[in-house]
Design a protein around this ligand. Structure first.
Ligand code: ZN
Length: 68
């Protein structure tokens, strides 16, 4: 294997590792089971990592609200 090929292989591994990291961050998102304040339907909402409140629109009636 030539030196250039080895370098390209190393770059590819770094890129793959970074992509995996991105997936890990996504898995760290908070899943919230939110009950709609208008119709009482249960909604599964995903909030960014470390955040417990997020805006969502009810899947049943479309009412926009914040999770409690
Ligand atoms: Zn609703």
């Amino acid at each position: 294997m030539s030196k250039q090929a080895m370098r390209e292989d190393a770059e590819r591994l770094v890129r793959e590792a970074m992509e995996k990291k991105g997936v890990t961050v996504k898995q760290g998102d908070t899943r919230i089971e939110a009950t709609c304040g208008k119709c009482g339907a249960k909604n599964r909402v995903t909030a960014p990592k470390g955040q417990l409140r997020t805006k969502f629109a009810c899947k049943e009636c479309g009412h926009k609200q914040d999770t409690l």
